[in-house]
Design a protein around this ligand. Structure first.
Ligand code: SAM
Length: 279
């Protein structure tokens, strides 16, 4: 029997915080579907970010060997104690996913188990969370998350297309991304203004481009997208404080047209440009 999450929340006097991105799943089909696609099984663990009232946590506990759920909002701890009662493979940790030492947490909680991430993310920090998970090079088997549809489109867009952004480049560098299914706004309470989508990132064993300096590569990408309406040459000159003639020479060296914009360049183009700018 599934707990009646809404009446338990009501009984605890819980009020939803917009600032914490609290839109809880109320469509009963969504959580089991996410859990089934998360890649987790009884020999692996799941790190969940923001369990809320515990609907996805319960579905994950059904398929995984162990679930560790990190929730920032202390008001939800007594709620979770009730909704997750009797589930022995679930641990709830109160904390901010952007502040915790995830390397240590994973080691302490999961040891040598393969670990998947599965979450209905707080939308206001979708990109920072994904960037943190990817950049910290945690040994994650996969990352399956709900995001706003527009963010999911951007995160999964191929480089060189209109939808892509600086975060797309980072995702493509670290992982393979694909959208799994769409979720309507009415599947949440309170209902957000837009629909959502579940996407999956599978970390790559090795980066798809060769780089002498990752930090420099990402500085170049951020500078190009910071003023995406300008040509890449103008945006890079302004963002990196480098003479435009030097940028144009590097672009020519990397085989990039002088009038190209940030969104026209592939990951390979950015790698070539970053290398040329280091010469
Ligand atoms: N998993 C629940 C569900 O699907 O119904 C809730 C999802 S809700 C979109 C996002 C959850 O993340 C909320 O419970 C919120 O309190 C929590 N949260 C927000 N910021 C957080 C952070 N920095 N670290 C951990 N949890 C956070």
């Amino acid at each position: 029997m599934q707990p009646d999450y809404m009446s338990i929340l009501r009984r605890h006097g819980f009020t939803f915080s917009k600032a914490k991105g609290q839109n809880f799943i109320i469509n009963p089909g969504v959580c089991p579907r996410m859990a089934a696609l998360s890649g987790a099984d009884k020999n692996s663990g799941v790190l969940e970010i923001g369990p809320g009232a515990g609907a996805l946590t319960r579905a994950l506990a059904d398929v995984a060997g162990k679930v560790v759920a990190v929730e920032i909002d202390a008001r939800l701890l007594p709620v979770l104690e009730e909704t997750l009662a009797g589930l022995e493979n679930v641990t709830v940790i109160q904390g901010d996913i952007l502040q915790l030492d995830l390397q240590t947490l994973l080691q302490e909680q999961f040891g040598d188990m393969p670990v998947h991430v599965c979450a209905n993310l707080p939308y206001y920090i979708t990109s920072p969370i994904l960037m943190r998970l990817l950049e910290s090079k945690l040994p994650l088997a996969s990352i399956t998350v709900m995001a706003q549809k527009e963010a999911a489109d951007r995160l999964c867009a191929p480089m060189g297309t209109r939808e892509c952004g600086a975060v797309t480049a980072a995702v493509e560098y670290y992982a393979e991304a694909r959208q799994l299914f769409r979720v309507s706004r009415g599947s949440f309470f309170p209902a957000p203004k837009v629909d959502s989508a579940v996407l999956q990132l599978t970390p790559r064993p090795a980066p798809p481009v060769d780089l002498p300096d990752e930090a420099h590569f990402f500085r170049v990408i951020r500078a190009a997208f910071a003023q995406r309406r300008k040509t890449a040459a103008n945006a890079l000159s302004a963002g990196l404080s480098i003479e435009k003639s030097v940028i144009l020479a590097a672009m020519e060296h990397a085989g990039i047209a002088p009038e190209a914009r940030a969104e026209n360049l592939t990951l390979e183009d950015y790698a070539g440009l970053a290398r040329a700018l280091m010469l």
